[in-house]
Design a protein around this ligand. Structure first.
Ligand code: 9MR
Length: 353
């Protein structure tokens, strides 16, 4: 009996010590206080937004208002969302985002005119000859750009046209319009709004040198041919294991083009291996903060005229596409599920110093 009381006391003491040391570690991570990234950053800092969240969640709207001076629609300006059937355009949601930005006096970056994903059925089922395809391609680009002229100052004109090995991706657009469709998309967008800044948006610069080369070669080719292109979007859906060297090389290689650089969809996954039982530890949060710092610091070191801005892909961890798409626990963004700034936010501040 006495033996088991001793055992109980011993175990409780050990448990108490374990809990206390956990608290000590947690309290080592200071709460981040900031007046808002948009006031601290020398270049625009933003996020992509969900319209529903913006409409219905006060805390979301408040954090966006406090922090950002550039916003992108996460989905509301995609082909399927804006142009659900051949003769119907649906502007309501995207217009909501634009008027939200106007009220705050902040920038809207458009995403995305041409992509092989998120297409409406009328496109995937479309039967028509090369001319019919060209007409609908041009009409979509020009109708959308014209609608937002003066409000959306820049566009991801084409998204993800290359494979990781640097070859042109076989997409519905490439099949029906030929290999030069990317250039024509830029020309059509430019005709519709000569003042809009036109970006080519892509992922994988941090792990594929073949893709980096393909993108930079395309830019050189466009320059030679006088095709209007003003910027490169580096999505940067990356993870805490990615090497600093690769992240820095991605940014600096893109900058060699002389174009404006937009880190356009930044998030840093902590669970790329899909571990279903992973939990967010202080140690992981600190590693993530360090990666945010590396990326922001490398970006901040670019010439001011090339720094178009940094955009995270949504705001809080609960809003991230990663949980839904990969069906796993993950915490990729600078704000937690309750929109409190994480150590990652401090990493951004440190990168801006
Ligand atoms: O985050 C977006 C998700 O909500 C959509 O379901 C998905 C398909 O439209 O697109 C996601 O955003 C993608 C972006 O548009 C392009 N680069 C990759 C992003 C993550 O998949």
């Amino acid at each position: 009996m006495i033996k088991s009381i001793w055992l109980f006391l011993l175990l409780s003491t050990l448990l108490l010590i374990a809990c206390n040391s956990k608290n000590e570690v947690l309290s080592e991570l200071p709460l981040v206080e900031s007046k808002g990234l948009k006031y601290i950053s020398p270049f625009p800092f933003g996020a992509s937004l969900g319209i529903n969240l913006l409409k219905t969640k006060v805390v979301y709207r408040n954090v966006v208002t406090k922090e950002f001076n550039s916003i992108t629609a996460e989905n509301a300006m995609k082909f399927g969302a804006l142009h659900p059937s051949e003769n119907t355009y649906f502007w309501t949601e995207a217009d909501y985002l634009v008027s939200f930005a106007k009220n705050l006096g902040i920038r809207v970056h458009g995403h995305t005119l041409i992509w092989h994903n998120s297409l409406p059925l009328w496109i995937t089922n479309f039967q028509g000859d090369a001319i019919a395809w060209e007409n609908l391609f041009k009409a979509h680009i020009q109708t959308v750009v014209t609608h937002f002229k003066g409000s959306v100052v820049s566009w991801d004109v084409v998204n993800e046209a290359f494979n990781d090995d640097g070859t042109l991706r076989n997409t519905i657009w490439q099949q029906h319009l030929g290999n030069d469709y990317v250039a024509r998309a830029f020309q059509y967008a430019h005709e519709a709004d000569p003042d809009a800044l036109l970006f080519y948006n892509e992922y994988g610069h941090e792990y594929s040198s073949a893709k980096r080369t393909a993108v930079n070669n395309m830019v050189s080719d466009f320059k030679t041919r006088g095709i209007p292109i003003h910027g490169l979007g580096l999505q940067m859906h990356t993870n805490h294991i990615q090497s600093d060297a690769n992240l820095i090389t991605a940014i600096n290689t893109a900058a060699l083009t002389g174009l404006k650089i937009h880190i356009s969809e930044l998030d840093i996954s902590l669970n790329k291996d899909n571990n279903q039982s992973l939990t967010l530890t202080d140690a992981l949060a600190v590693l993530q903060a360090a990666k945010y710092k590396v990326i922001v610091k490398a970006f901040a070191a670019l010439p001011a005229t090339q720094r178009y801005g940094i955009t995270t892909w949504n705001v809080g961890d609960a809003d991230s596409w990663i949980r839904g798409t990969y069906n796993r626990p993950d915490w990729p963004l600078p704000f937690d599920d309750n929109y409190n700034p994480k150590p990652a936010y401090q990493g951004i501040l440190d990168g801006l110093k």
